[in-house]
Design a protein around this ligand. Structure first.
Ligand code: GAP
Length: 458
């Protein structure tokens, strides 16, 4: 049999892995699928929750100057007038006169239809907000919009948070949740969809200190990805040109990731100036300024906004973790997830389904599962089970064999090195906890051994 050669990651390979291992499925698949909508399966939902939790921990729980929010998706229609979304949140749409496909004019390189070469209509601006109706009567007066960003929910609560938490500048709010955009062109898996999740920070500062805080957040946000395992070489910052800037932004940088489709936006960090609070104060008639008790000055704070996509982050973590390695005549596909985001932290694998081995393995599983997300798997050969856990990105497998019944030890197998170590069952929990926390604390038990999987003939 010819040796298989490890290859580069493509979007097709990733989509196939995600489908095969229960990370992400096409929405409404049995009905032919709904374009650009995706369902997170059992592994995908764990991964996504872990990404969101890591973000929340870093930007809310581990900081003194941040608070969390969870605001509603539907908001007063005037919010979108004040924010400028009704007027400005639009892309130029063209339609092919021959095949009737629609395109974003600003993303086309030529003047003809990329699909059939047909002639295109003149561009017209297409608003990206989804409309629906509040209440049972479908009339103009009842139109509400599905929010296209979570940000506005935080701006309109500026006074509420200021007054109830007695915060002083600088401080920020963070929230994550669904946003909706009726994108003209979607695709590239979960990179651009019409329903997606965002993780947004609105950081309120005194004008004049905005550059300093802008730089602070650029560094914080870049390092968040690096700390969770993204390779530095796959990240870069790109400054928006004047023509690219959103209607509200004084300046903006994108954190870009080198996806299989090329360098693309992962997160935007914008200096929104005083635009949002001024607009909402004008349209609502309620003051949204700030009184600095030390300097006795009254002013409208500037806002620094690091705005990340949950789904794009998930995609970046998947891409970055993916590796194909030669393994004898086969290829081992492995997701080298950082332990904090790995969907399953530890898999417990009895070597056989025979008693009393299964019983012992179940006891070990019961002891470990209160501490972290675990999986119990007693199907197929041990080699296949390791491969499956590699594709799920599980950092550690605990293998229970017949010797375990005699010496009360089990084997921990590491995903990345495939090294194996035998350890007393009573020490499993603490060893794994330390290892998952990044403390490289394995100490060989007396007489213990480390060896490579291939030497074991697994
Ligand atoms: N509040 C500012 C704002 O929404 P944005 O650059 O339009 O800024 C922020 O969006 C992030 O949200 C993007 O960097 C991206 O990660 C994510 N995002 C935006 N549109 C998306 C879409 N259609 N599908 C998936 N993620 C999207």
């Amino acid at each position: 049999m010819a040796e298989k050669i490890p290859g580069k990651l493509t979007m097709e390979k990733l989509v196939s892995l995600c489908q095969r291992r229960g990370f992400i499925f096409q929405s409404s698949e049995i009905y032919g699928g709904l374009n650009s909508c995706w369902d997170y399966g059992p592994m995908g939902v764990e991964l996504k929750r872990n990404v969101k939790e890591a973000w929340w921990r870093a930007v809310v729980q581990e900081r003194d100057d941040m608070v969390g929010m969870d605001t509603s998706i539907l908001m007063h229609p005037q919010v979108w007038e004040a924010s400028g979304h009704l007027k400005e949140f639009a892309d130029p749409l063209v339609e092919c006169k021959a095949c009737h496909q629609r395109w974003r004019a600003d993303e086309l390189t030529g003047n003809s239809c990329p699909a059939c070469g047909g002639e295109l209509t003149e561009p017209h601006m297409f608003n990206l907000m989804f409309k629906t109706f509040m209440g049972p009567v479908e009339e103009e007066a009842n139109i509400v919009y599905l929010r296209p960003e979570t940000a506005q929910g935080m701006f309109v609560n500026f006074s509420n948070v200021l007054n109830t938490t007695r915060r002083r500048l600088p401080f920020g709010m963070a929230q994550m949740g669904k946003s909706f955009r009726n994108e003209i062109t979607t695709g590239n898996f979960i990179f651009r969809s019409r329903e997606f999740e965002q993780m947004e920070i609105e950081y309120f500062v005194k004008p004049g200190t905005d550059d300093e805080w802008f730089n602070h957040w650029l560094e914080e946000r870049l390092n968040w990805y690096v700390k969770l395992g993204i390779k530095k070489d796959n990240l870069r910052l790109r400054e928006h040109t004047k023509g690219e800037l959103a209607h509200y932004a004084l300046g903006c940088y994108d954190i870009e990731y080198q996806f299989p489709i090329g360098w693309s936006e992962l997160e935007g960090i914008a200096n929104r100036g005083s635009y949002d609070l001024t607009q909402h104060a004008t349209h609502s008639g309620r003051s949204l300024d700030y009184f600095d008790e030390e300097t006795r000055e009254r002013f409208v704070p500037y806002i620094i906004e690091p705005s990340a996509g949950v789904d794009r982050s998930v995609l970046a973590f998947l891409c970055d973790a993916y590796e194909e390695e030669p393994d004898k005549d086969e290829i081992r596909v492995v997701l080298h997830f950082h332990p904090d985001i790995a969907p399953v932290k530890v898999a417990v694998l009895p070597l056989s389904r025979k008693e009393p081995l299964t019983n012992l393995a179940r006891q070990i599983h019961a002891d470990l599962r209160p501490c972290f997300m675990t999986q119990f798997d007693d199907t197929q050969s041990i080699g296949r089970r390791y491969r499956r856990q590699d594709e799920l990105g599980t950092p550690y497998c605990v293998t229970v064999d017949f010797q375990s019944l005699e010496d009360n030890q089990a084997t921990i197998r590491e995903r990345d090195t495939m090294n194996q170590i035998r350890i007393p069952i009573g020490e499993l929990r603490n060893s794994l906890l330390a290892k998952l926390a990044g403390e490289d604390l394995f100490v060989l038990p007396p007489g213990g051994q480390i060896w490579k999987e291939e030497n074991k003939g697994a």
